[in-house]
Design a protein around this ligand. Structure first.
Ligand SMILES: Cc1cc2nc3c(=O)[nH]c(=O)nc-3n(C[C@H](O)[C@H](O)[C@H](O)COP(=O)(O)OP(=O)(O)OC[C@H]3O[C@@H](n4cnc5c(N)ncnc54)[C@H](O)[C@@H]3O)c2cc1C
Length: 377
């Protein structure tokens, strides 16, 4: 049986960023990934936005790790050839009420340490994004875009170069707690580790359950987000990133427009609770349903300008409204859960790593590195 210092369950962007950080310090780091390739789940089914950190409550893990992750991600992409662009973004208001919301968002961002935020008027919006309808906008200069597939691969490549073993087709199906570690059973064999890191994304609650941890009670509810794309002839209608004022932050930042690093323009993601964590394609929303949201931002758009694109599934900790929880807690924006398991202190649990997890990954890795240091001391 293999012996390891550290086993990481899940080869998404978070598991791979952690593997990169930990493999600089420890020799035996294993990443066990259930699927045939790394990053095939949520990590490459997203908007690819390098978020700034304006939305999250000051002091929350999301706020701290997003702001830190933003600068770490730019540094990493530049150093390792990951396609990216610091294009900035506009959060646009369509009415006076929404313009007030923009001031609140700006103050929240400033409290989180986001630099360079400023409000602009219709004329300046026209100069930046001539096809967008809005009375006011918040400019967020530190937001950008990247290729999420290249980012995951680059984290994994460096981890492997430093000696980590990234094993695919290795679904973990049993975990036995030992006195000084864990024995992990996967489709690729058994391995004993002194430290286990659960970064299994949508399935992190189930992996916590394999260990018999009470932290499995942090149930993950899958919320699917679907994207459309603008047809090629309309791609020049959008130059950067355009977001609406968010009205249901608990669910999402709102359907937005993203000019990707490849030049195509995405519209999405929507947000609907689903029953099956593997259901990416069944019962897709009709393209007509996107047209309304799209017209709020780009009034010239018609249905013929949109084509269906991919989907991604958010690992939400907030249950659907009406599921036996008070409306107050159902409406709360949940924070990332990243902690050593109180019952199994050799295990670090990462649960509910939804957006801005892509951006926060290198900062999450720094935090987990400190926890691993305590465990392996
Ligand atoms: C629609 C959408 C848009 C988003 N947009 C953005 C954005 O623009 N910017 C941003 O910062 N964030 C965004 N996010 C969030 C971001 O994509 C996630 O936070 C991030 O990808 C989470 O990474 P992860 O590694 O935790 O999860 P995953 O990518 O889900 O990786 C977990 C891995 O664990 C594996 N696994 C599960 N169970 C097991 C098991 N038993 N054994 C072995 N392996 C297992 C899975 O196969 C998977 O590969 C978005 C998310 C969605 C859904």
């Amino acid at each position: 049986m293999d012996q390891a210092d550290i086993v990481i369950v899940g080869g998404g962007v978070v598991g791979c960023a952690i593997a990169r950080a930990l493999s600089a310090r420890w020799n035996d780091v294993f990443v066990l990934e259930a699927l045939p390739r790394i990053g095939m789940a949520t990590s490459t089914r997203n908007s690819g936005v390098i978020h700034s950190g304006i939305y999250y409550s000051p002091g929350s893990l999301k706020a701290q790790l997003c702001v830190r992750g933003n600068s770490l991600t730019y540094e990493f992409c530049a150093a390792h050839g990951v396609p990216h662009r610091n294009c900035g973004k506009l959060v646009v208001a369509a009415s006076a009420d929404e313009a007030n919301d923009l001031s609140g968002l700006m103050q929240n961002g400033q409290a989180n340490g986001v630099q360079g935020l400023r409000l602009i008027d219709r004329e300046e919006i026209r100069g930046r994004e001539p096809h967008v309808a809005a009375t006011h906008a918040l400019v967020v200069p530190s937001t950008g875009i990247l290729s999420s597939e290249d980012l995951v691969k680059a984290y994994a490549r460096i981890a492997t170069y430093r000696g980590a073993n990234v094993v695919t087709n290795a679904k973990v199906d049993r975990i036995e707690p030992l006195r000084d570690g864990v024995r992990v059973h996967s489709a690729a064999g058994e391995i004993e580790a002194r430290c286990l890191i659960n970064s299994a994304g949508l399935f992190a609650d189930e992996v916590a359950g394999l260990l018999g941890s009470k932290m499995a009670a942090h149930r993950i509810y899958p919320v699917r987000g679907e994207y459309c794309e603008l047809v090629r002839t309309r791609q020049d209608w959008v130059r950067g990133l355009i977001y609406p004022v968010p009205h249901h932050l608990r669910m999402s930042l709102g359907v937005h427009l993203v000019k990707t690093v490849w030049g195509n323009v995405l519209l999405g993601p929507t947000a609907h609770y689903i029953d099956d964590k593997n259901n990416y394609e069944r019962n897709r929303e009709p393209v007509q349903d996107f047209a309304e949201a799209a017209k709020q931002l780009l009034p010239e758009l018609t249905l013929a300008d949109l084509v269906q694109s991919y989907t991604g599934i958010r690992p939400k900790l907030a249950p659907p409204p009406g599921l036996g929880v008070s409306s107050a807690s159902a409406n709360a924006i949940s924070d990332f859960i990243i902690q050593r398991d109180p019952e199994f202190p050799q295990v670090v649990q990462l649960i509910g790593i939804e957006s801005p997890g892509l951006t926060s990954a290198p900062a999450i890795a720094e935090l987990v590195e400190k926890m691993a240091e305590e465990i392996l001391a």
